[in-house]
Ligand binder design. Structure first.
Ligand code: UDP
Length: 399
């Protein structure tokens, strides 16, 4: 695994020195991250790399995952959907389940942690014990809370208020909780298997293993099978594209242990694609970083047709690989895809199809969007920059 100095080739020496300077002031500081899954989804992806880098910077870091049963994760998935404005039905039994599992996890909190970071809403109930804990508590909201269901917000926000500050990916997500706010979009690791350079031999081997022929351009969406990623809409858009340009579609993704709806959505997707030899539905196991890397690299166009998106790391990953991306202008995607410059924004199925056709027919446009995309990620959404923002925030909270 790469160390902090290894990133100098990507971001230059000065940033690395700034990181070490900040880290000196935080040496020995105990930080505990708590979330709800070790694999699958953006938060796990971020923590996988952030935690070892914080440790290397001299902090004492723990990453814990709350333990819940199937019922709990059904409840938190409903809350997740409710944050994204999906109409939901909340029952008293669901709220009881959330409280009960939160209580069962109280012991998870490190009594000596200087900082306790609660990622998203699943572990928020742990903030019940905040008043008796000496550390500073931060709620990191990785999802778009703008249209959050009132009832769900009324239930969860008292715990968010017990924290000392909140962190959001973008300013548009800020909620009035009466305490400090920080804005920190996440980042990708350019040296990890998911994003590192890959040789043409490796690419060919992976594509052969996945059984995808290389004779036609590929339109690719990598995502958990989640209705908010609109995989069925991607299939519809692809069918419109194929009337104009010969190409194939790859929809690839796995599940996350905190997302019980994935299996059903995957079934719906398989049904919609049944009998179509140009659509490849790939169910990826958790350790598929190289496969994802390769699929993003070989794509003629990467699409992300999300209805809502906390940030959309899959977009960042594709942009880093200089791929032209067509994505819905929602949530965190709005700070990544600047329409016509770093990618193309498309709202409806027809718009997405038109944008994909445009790129497939215009290699110089594809080239320009891809290059701008990589530069945009390099300046804003790359791991060492993110680490520095974290260290700045912890320093500010400490003083
Ligand atoms: N991802 C993965 N395997 C999958 C699907 C997604 O490793 O089968 C990764 C993907 O590469 C990205 C993250 O999980 O790094 C998804 O983050 P994003 O912000 O795009 O969406 P989220 O799943 O958090 O809604």
């Amino acid at each position: 695994m790469a160390g902090i100095r290894d990133y100098q080739v990507v971001v230059g020496e000065q940033l690395i020195e700034e990181i070490y300077e900040l880290a000196r002031q935080l040496k020995g500081c105990r930080v505990q991250h708590i979330n709800s899954t070790l694999t699958g989804g953006g938060v796990a992806e971020i923590l996988k790399r952030l935690v070892p880098m914080m440790e290397e910077a001299g902090l004492e870091v723990r990453w814990d995952v709350i333990k819940g049963d199937e019922e709990f994760f059904r409840v938190t998935k409903t809350f997740h959907n409710a944050f994204h404005g999906v109409p939901v039905q909340i029952t008293p039994a669901m709220l009881d389940t959330y409280r009960r599992i939160s209580r069962e996890n109280y012991d998870l909190v490190d009594p000596r942690a200087g900082f306790v970071i609660l990622h998203d809403q699943q572990p928020l109930g742990l903030a019940e014990i905040r008043p008796g804990h000496p550390g500073r508590w931060l709620w990191y909201c990785h999802i778009d809370p703008v249209d959050v269901d009132r009832e769900v917000w009324d239930f969860l926000s008292p715990w968010a208020r017990r924290c000392d500050a909140a962190i959001y990916h973008i300013q548009a997500y800020a909620r009035n909780l009466g305490h400090r706010q920080y804005f920190m979009p996440p980042a990708i690791d350019p040296l990890a298997d998911k994003n590192r350079e890959v040789s043409s031999t490796e690419i060919a081997a992976v594509m052969e293993r996945l059984g995808i022929p290389a004779d036609l351009p590929l339109v690719v969406q990598i995502s958990r099978f989640d209705r908010l990623k609109d995989p069925l809409g991607v299939i519809q858009a692809f069918r419109l594209v194929r009337q104009e340009v010969l190409c194939r579609l790859v929809l690839a993704g796995g599940g996350a242990t905190d997302d019980p709806e994935g299996i059903q959505v995957l079934q719906e997707v398989r049904q919609a694609a049944a009998g179509d030899p140009d659509i490849f539905i790939l169910e990826l196991p958790p350790a598929s970083d190289l496969e994802i890397n390769v699929l993003q690299r070989v794509a003629a166009v990467v699409v992300q047709k999300s209805v809502r998106e906390g940030f959309g790391l899959t977009v960042t990953e594709a942009m880093w690989k200089s791929r032209p991306v067509v994505a819905s202008p929602v949530g965190g995607i709005t700070v990544q895809i600047i329409d016509g410059e770093t990618g193309l924004a498309a709202v409806t199925t027809e718009e997405m199809a038109r944008a994909v056709v445009r790129i497939l027919r215009d290699p110089s446009l594809a080239e320009k969007l891809g290059q701008n995309a990589r530069e945009h990620v390099k300046k804003n959404f790359i791991l060492p920059i993110y680490l520095k923002r974290w260290l700045e925030m912890l320093t500010a909270e400490q003083s």
